[in-house]
Ligand binder design. Structure first.
Ligand SMILES: CC(C)(COP(=O)(O)OP(=O)(O)OC[C@H]1O[C@@H](n2cnc3c(N)ncnc32)[C@H](O)[C@@H]1OP(=O)(O)O)[C@@H](O)C(=O)NCCC(=O)NCCS
Length: 168
């Protein structure tokens, strides 16, 4: 999908994108999430972020990448069936350039096109205000269990409003 800026596009992730996706994911945890979580949590969090695991997860959820001048700058993972947005990650050096918002708007449009009326997500502590800006409300705190530690997250929800086309 082309966006208003012709240099920016969103496309379905394919197997050969997995190394770049895993690298961006790891980098986000080490540079962005690390500012909000203890060191021992970060250490455990990055362990399962591998190319193999990323490819494995392509099977049971939808993955898209956002590209600027044909280079991947971020990605998202969601499941329309589960009404769930699992993650949006923008490479730290490309954050705050509206790429996250573009990916989110793309996802919301897909959910609406599939007649889904709610989106649930577990937000990292650093991303809560980003999701609030897109209309999500906090539901409750949750703990995502790792091996020895756990990642504190905020469960959030957005009700999607379908705008019915009126007959004229
Ligand atoms: C959270 C994240 C996806 C946001 O993407 P981004 O491209 O940096 O954000 P955008 O530039 O699209 O920002 C859109 C709006 O949200 C705001 N925003 C973005 N990140 C924010 C933050 N951490 N706190 C407060 N506001 C934030 C922006 O100011 C902007 O507001 P505006 O429209 O009023 O100008 C990105 O910072 C990221 O990848 N973080 C690390 C990974 C992560 O934790 N992801 C969430 C997993 S659930």
């Amino acid at each position: 999908m082309k966006t208003a800026d012709k240099n920016i596009s969103i496309k379905k992730a394919v197997s050969k994108d997995a190394p770049k996706i895993a690298a961006i994911h790891k980098n986000c945890v080490l540079k962005t999430n690390a500012q909000f979580y203890p060191k021992d949590v970060i250490k455990e969090w990055i362990k399962p972020i591998t190319v193999k695991n990323t490819k494995e997860q392509f099977k049971n959820s939808q993955w898209f990448v956002i590209q600027a001048r044909s280079k991947i700058v971020g990605f998202c993972q969601f499941s329309i069936k589960e009404k769930a947005l699992y993650q949006i990650n923008i490479s730290p050096k490309h954050q705050s350039k509206k790429y996250g918002k573009l990916l989110y708007d793309f996802i919301e449009k897909l959910f609406l096109e599939n007649n889904i009326n709610k989106i649930y997500l577990n937000s990292t502590l650093n991303a809560v205000d980003f999701y609030k800006k897109s209309g999500f409300k906090k539901v409750r705190k949750i703990k995502f269990k790792l091996d020895k530690t756990s990642v504190e997250m905020i469960k959030m929800k957005k009700d999607l409003i379908r705008i019915k086309k009126s007959k004229v």
